[in-house]
Design a protein around this ligand. Structure first.
Ligand SMILES: [Cu+2]
Length: 153
């Protein structure tokens, strides 16, 4: 008889917590996507997004896809001596209840093997794939080659 209230509590947890887990990716959002125009099709271009994770578990960005580039991966900018270098960042963990903001000089999506130059004024789609959530596709506006942020055209 003493275990009865605990049994009720378990039922409560099952009914109210499991459905929240089932909504895979609903708590992850991708905001303020933007890209810089590429100088030449032979040079990589950069895109930036902010990933917001309202879940109570971390989310891990593992892959990116876009029709405009043969390859898209997250890079980070590191300083080696006096030289700024870009290196593949690998999977990006977005902390529970936190965010990862990409910006010039930091994390960015490097678009490589471009089909053609990416021009100011156009938009393209970018799909972000997560290890533990549904993929998210966003529409990315392209600003000038010197833009510093999504409001700076
Ligand atoms: Cu890069």
């Amino acid at each position: 008889m003493r275990t009865y209230p605990i049994g009720l509590m378990s039922l409560f947890v099952l009914v109210f917590v499991i459905p929240a887990w089932g909504q895979d990716g609903a708590t992850i959002s991708v905001q303020q996507p933007w890209a810089r125009a590429s100088i030449l099709a032979s040079r990589p271009a950069a895109a930036y997004v902010t990933i917001l994770n309202k879940d109570d578990r971390p989310a891990t960005l593992v892959a990116l896809e876009t029709p405009v580039a043969g390859r898209a991966e997250v890079h980070r900018t590191v300083k080696q001596g006096d030289v700024m270098k870009m290196v593949p960042a690998g999977p990006i963990e977005v902390p529970a209840g936190g965010s990862v903001r990409m910006e010039p000089g930091g994390y960015h999506v490097m678009l490589m093997d471009l089909e053609r130059p990416i021009e100011k004024g156009e938009t393209f789609t970018l799909t972000l794939r997560f290890a533990n959530a549904s993929p998210i596709t966003v529409s990315v506006p392209v600003f000038g080659p010197g833009a510093r942020g999504p409001e700076d055209d």
